[in-house]
Design a protein around this ligand. Sequence first.
Ligand SMILES: C[S@@+](CC[C@H](N)C(=O)[O-])C[C@H]1O[C@@H](n2cnc3c(N)ncnc32)[C@H](O)[C@@H]1O
Length: 181
Amino acid sequence: MQLLDAAKSFLNGRIKEDDTLVDFTMGNGHDTAYLCSLVPKGTVYAFDIQREALENTSKLLSDMGYGNATLIQDSHANIAKYVKSFKCGMFNLGYRPGGDKSVTTMTESTLKAVTDGISLMEKGGVLVVSVYPGHEEGTREGEALYRLLSSYDKIYYSVIQYRMINSPTSPFIFAIEKYDK
Ligand SMILES: C[S@@+](CC[C@H](N)C(=O)[O-])C[C@H]1O[C@@H](n2cnc3c(N)ncnc32)[C@H](O)[C@@H]1O
């Protein structure tokens, strides 16, 4: 199974058409467009620090006829300034395909965004984080996220790691579910 298909599969069956969703790493907008398709009567908040990401995503959404996204040029670490609560969210860490490879997600801001995202997520929601350990900062992010997410109380959360154990540098996923209780 492709990583992106696996990431999407964690969201299956949880989302209602009027829910609020978050794309924490907008990039060229493919995940934002996918999330928009899931909530035709809801809203998708999408974050990126690069102006090109907002330009590319805005064009993609307009070409696809989606008008239900709010695009924010700011770090996902500042999510609490913009979003009160949301049902499900996605992170696709690393650098923008076709863009400047030196502009990549960084461990410290990723940890803040994931921590705040889990706090703001509604019960019954899932946060999916795709990690790319094939580069140095990606390895650091994966290890730091593993330490952080291992500490969440199993009474309230399930945290799944989905990865190819025979290919340690391949991308992998963390999926955090906040139980509905
Ligand atoms: C792998 S790309 C995302 C791909 C995207 N989901 C798509 O469908 O094209 C990662 C993105 O995260 C962005 N990014 C890096 N640091 C960020 C931060 N602190 N807050 C929000 N986005 C950030 C990068 O600019 C890059 O566009």
